[in-house]
Design a protein around this ligand. Structure first.
Ligand SMILES: Cc1cc2nc3c(=O)[nH]c(=O)nc-3n(C[C@H](O)[C@H](O)[C@H](O)COP(=O)(O)OP(=O)(O)OC[C@H]3O[C@@H](n4cnc5c(N)ncnc54)[C@H](O)[C@@H]3O)c2cc1C
Length: 362
């Protein structure tokens, strides 16, 4: 993770870079005559709250924001302002992955906000990533919008930290560019939160060239649309390790649908981003897709998961401020007194302050 000082030293360059990017985006999207209805000129002219949100609700005057965070918030607000309530409600209603939004975020390299620039990332830190996710949530996209990009931010942190140069190049570059999507397979039907007891296994072939995986995963988000999976499995049985955290291994590999059965779980809420059960048997995964050392997978996956907790908290703050934003967009009626609206506004401001005070993680 980058130190706070080194981020500060990048601020001027990064601010300039993001300003150029966001101006570029604005110009392109206004002129674009894309086949997607979300970019058509007629659609832009129909915008109501979402456009206002990007400019009005996603205010950028919070004194707790650093220059770098402020620039991130400004640029992300502009991207989000092209995706209004109608877009999100259609995605939810149709159970359709928000691919246009995900691609718009990828287009300027935001999926790699914390990834090294040599792979297309922006080399920023967790404070900026938290600001980005809070802004996305607050824009109106809420849980669906966040979940469509969430995995990209720190999901592949173990690859960045423990992968070989070749792995970093072939795994991070397409993910950051938005050319590949990844899902995250840790939770299992029989073990839930008790990760160290997970039952999926991987056995190494006699010539060492591949592993054979078998088992199941549950709640795997985006597996319907993902080409890749970061998956944690046991390579040494639990009764043969000194510590329960040993003997788990991490792979980043193709989600091979010939060997993996992916079944969507019907659920209430966040319908736009799918949740799935995975069953796999005799799934051959190249040994070159093992991340770091065999048996160290749990330690490695925690590198990304700890950072992910910060993102989830920032996203939750963004979701929490949505209802008050929605209230402000409603006409004043008997239902809401001025005092009630003022209280809601104050609450919104406090939440935003809290969300913007994330400190850099060591
Ligand atoms: C929408 C959604 C998306 C998700 N996406 C992903 C994903 O992409 N990839 C992935 O790997 N996982 C994903 N998850 C899984 C999520 O991380 C799990 O729900 C979580 O790990 C909890 O597992 P569980 O649901 O089996 O709960 P359980 O393990 O059954 O726990 C339920 C509750 O019981 C408590 N509990 C459990 N055991 C004990 C005990 N021994 N003593 C006391 N209390 C206990 C827990 O604290 C918890 O409050 C997703 C979940 C959801 C709902």
């Amino acid at each position: 993770m980058q130190s706070y000082k080194s981020i500060s030293s990048h601020v001027r360059v990064v601010s300039q870079q993001f300003r150029t990017r966001s101006h570029g985006l604005q110009a392109t999207s206004t002129a674009r005559s894309c086949s997607s209805p979300w970019f058509s000129t007629s659609h832009l002219s129909q915008k109501r709250h979402a456009h206002a949100r990007g400019i009005e609700y996603l205010q950028n005057h919070d004194p707790d924001l650093t220059d770098s965070q402020r620039t991130v918030r400004e640029a992300i607000s502009k991207v989000c302002s092209h995706f209004d309530d109608q877009y999100w409600s259609t995605c939810e209603k149709d159970h359709r992955f928000p691919v246009e939004f995900q691609q718009a975020i990828a287009k300027d390299g935001w999926l790699g906000i914390c990834m090294p620039s040599e792979y297309g990332g922006s080399d920023l830190g967790i404070a900026e990533a938290a600001t980005m996710m809070q802004t996305i949530a607050e824009s109106g996209g809420a849980y669906a919008a966040c979940s469509s990009v969430h995995m990209n931010i720190f999901g592949l942190e173990p690859v960045r930290k423990f992968g070989t140069n070749d792995q970093r190049q072939r795994m991070l570059t397409p993910l950051i560019a938005g050319d590949e999507r990844a899902c995250f397979g840790v939770t299992e039907p029989n073990t839930g939160l008790d990760t160290l007891k997970l039952q999926s296994r991987a056995a190494k072939s006699s010539d060492g060239s591949y592993y054979t995986l078998s088992g199941s995963k549950i709640w795997t988000s985006t597996a319907q649309v993902a080409e890749k999976i970061l998956i944690l499995v046991r390579t040494t049985p639990l009764d043969q390790v000194k510590k329960r955290s040993q003997g788990l291994s991490l792979f980043y590999t193709d989600l091979n649908r010939d060997s993996v059965q992916v079944t969507e779980i019907p659920k209430m809420g966040r319908a736009a981003v799918d949740s799935n059960v995975l069953f796999f048997e005799d799934w051959k995964v190249p040994a070159s897709d093992l991340i770091g050392s065999e048996g160290d997978g749990f330690k490695q996956i925690m590198v990304g998961m700890n950072a992910e907790r910060v993102l989830i908290a920032a996203e939750a703050l963004g979701w929490a401020s949505l209802p008050s934003g929605a209230l402000r967009s409603m006409p004043l009626t008997d239902k809401f007194s001025d005092a009630q609206l003022a209280r809601t506004k104050q609450f919104n401001i406090r939440l935003r302050r809290a969300g913007c005070s994330w400190k850099q993680q060591d």
